[in-house]
Design a protein around this ligand. Structure first.
Ligand SMILES: NC(=O)c1ccc[n+]([C@@H]2O[C@H](COP(=O)([O-])OP(=O)(O)OC[C@H]3O[C@@H](n4cnc5c(N)ncnc54)[C@H](OP(=O)(O)O)[C@@H]3O)[C@@H](O)[C@H]2O)c1
Length: 264
């Protein structure tokens, strides 16, 4: 029998009459806020398409309750969760095991629970390299501008240096934050921080192969631009990446100048 769930036609080979049912595995995402997340829809769709009897749900966790999350997951037999803003770093002390890359990055976005052991991973970093490889882009010996110095910037700068990028130019509104990140990552390769200023970006764009926006600017319609996006035309070979998963004003401008673009 075929049934329709969340717009997807599913061969009902595991559901009998109901979905979810008593055998459904539960996965989810923790963060705050979480109501904007499209992950529950996308992930549950994927489970259905793959005929996996599982569901993916949002959990809005209060900051004061973060220490209780891992035990709650174990108690309720939740198989795994993703972790988003603002908990990717503060969750680390509560895990039983942490993958080495996630430990080096200092941030976890995926937790797997098996036999009551909670293991943390960071899939942002390898996922990013995979996305570039799919576009036939290698980062080896490339100069890369990273806009932002938050959790995502750290994961991407780390993996880019591990993949032998020539230099990372870390550009951030709050220079001290970029400098702190530079200090924590300089043992992996060449990384230098800069303040977010038009004239600096103009100069860096000329020397770079890839520019990546890791800030949240572009997410909201009325966000002001991070810099004068007309400077993108200074380098016809620049690849412009935005970790936001739609066509942001930055990517739109890059496309107007016929640059290669990748979204998150
Ligand atoms: N596609 C994906 O798979 C994926 C994965 C992870 C994250 N993301 C997205 O990446 C973005 C950043 O996440 P995060 O975890 O790295 O956040 P975060 O740690 O809070 O860092 C935010 C960064 O954005 C900068 N920023 C914020 N508002 C700004 C403004 N008005 N002007 C200039 N810079 C500003 C901050 O600069 P200051 O230091 O000066 O405050 C900081 O560098 C979010 O939009 C998130 O949704 C996407």
């Amino acid at each position: 029998m075929k049934i329709k769930i969340m717009g997807t036609i599913v061969q009902n080979n595991f559901l009998d009459k109901f979905f979810p049912n008593g055998k459904t595995s539960v996965y989810g995402i923790i963060g705050n806020p979480i109501s904007h997340s499209v992950s529950p829809y996308m992930q549950t769709q994927a489970f259905l398409k793959l005929k996996i009897n599982a569901i993916y749900v949002p959990f809005e966790v209060q900051r004061g309750d973060i220490s209780q999350v891992i035990n709650s997951l174990k108690t309720l037999n939740i198989k795994g969760i993703n972790v988003t803003v603002p908990y990717k770093e503060v969750i680390l002390p509560y895990l039983d095991e942490i993958d080495q890359d996630a430990l080096n990055i200092g941030s976890v976005n995926t937790i797997k629970i098996e036999n009551k052991i909670a293991r943390g991973f960071n899939t942002d970093a390898p996922g990013f390299i995979l996305a570039l490889k799919e576009e036939n882009i290698s980062v080896k010996n490339k100069n890369v501008i990273i806009l932002g110095a938050g959790g995502t910037a750290k994961a991407l700068a780390y993996i880019l240096l591990k993949e032998k990028a020539k230099s990372i130019f870390l550009v951030n509104r709050t220079l001290e934050k970029a400098k702190k990140l530079e200090d924590s990552l300089k043992k992996y390769g060449n990384i230098k921080s800069y303040p977010l200023k038009n004239e600096i970006l103009k100069d860096l764009i000329k020397q770079s192969d890839i520019l990546i926006n890791t800030t949240s600017i572009g997410l909201k319609k009325d966000d002001p631009p991070l810099f004068n996006y007309n400077f993108l035309k200074e380098n016809k070979n620049l690849v412009v990446v935005d970790v936001i998963y739609f066509l942001t004003p930055l990517l739109k401008k890059a496309q107007e100048f016929s640059l290669k673009t990748i979204d998150g």
